[in-house]
Ligand binder design. Sequence first.
Ligand SMILES: [Mg+2]
Length: 385
Amino acid sequence: MKQNRREFIKNSGILLGGAVAAKTVPTQLLRKNSKQNKNKTMNFNFKPYTLKLKHVFTIATSSRTTTPVVITKLEYDGVVGYGEASMPPYLGESHETATKFLSKVDFSKFKDPFELEDILTYVDSIDEGNPAAKASVDIALHDLVGKLLGQPWYKIWGYDKNKTPYTTFTIGIDKPEVVKQKVKEASGFKILKVKLGRGNDKEMIEAVRSVTDVPLTVDVNQGWKDKHYALEMATWLKEQNVEFVEQPMPKTQIDDIAWLTENSPLPIIADEALQRIPDVIKAYGVYSGINIKLMKCTGLREAHKMLNLARSLGMKVMIGCMTETSCAISAASQLSPMVDWADLDGNLLISNDPFEGTKVIDGKITLTDYPGIGLKPDDKVFDRI
Ligand SMILES: [Mg+2]
């Protein structure tokens, strides 16, 4: 016997499901959207804060014991996103410059935080430079949007949280006995990053190697001037189980660096030579890979684009940081399942971190499932700063 179409649909439950989908759900969504777009506004706040470093931090060009940061807060419909600008003095931004820049950001131009591209293009257009201040808006907006969606960004981007790398832990330039002590304290890490470039390169590596045999990376911070010395060191470092050399020579010595990359047994990674998207193109053919930092590239929106661009050019990618709280570190870590190396130890170097988020467990970057940039919910954090 032939069952008529309506009878078939009724028996199979399709009609009921279809009715629910057609009638209830879209109406609710429409109502929510129209309400969202009418009366709600984004409220933006920021506060200067000073990070205290656990140890004096020395690289090829400077030493310091504190880092100025600004913490941002972006609120919409009762949901709060947090962001951060970290500003090591040698990069030229400060509490003053960031405060001045952030005072100009006018969110009343926008009604919907999901207009993320337009909002951040506007923020970028307010003034030149100020990459860390811009990043503090970008991170807060990503945190907010992820929270409104109820998902962390690694999931929104479709990444596998199990693929996060080990993070390097940075050992600054110091006397051998101090270096040995720092390496002993870093015994939980599976890979270390050693700062070089102050004339005691082999002494530094030999001090580290007297304590541990974990893989190393080195960061010269433009400290080598001669390409033949750089190649000799890269060859020696390869024998010491070093995985790559970061910014071996001044960024202006482009031909020397291209020659080194061509001849070096280790990958050569751009850091100081690279800030934003156009620099990835410039680094292609000169360096083997790039070090992306949110504070240099204005935040997650551009970092994500740089990652994809570098990958499509066949370049290596690492993600790095400044001394930062767990806010900016958690944001950067959302990209970490897609990188070759991560240097996200900035929050571990400070003694007054107001946030809790991404952790390092057995040396591995371990993402949380909290929405947005992965911070543990804390309503009072901005008041405590
Ligand atoms: Mg570096």
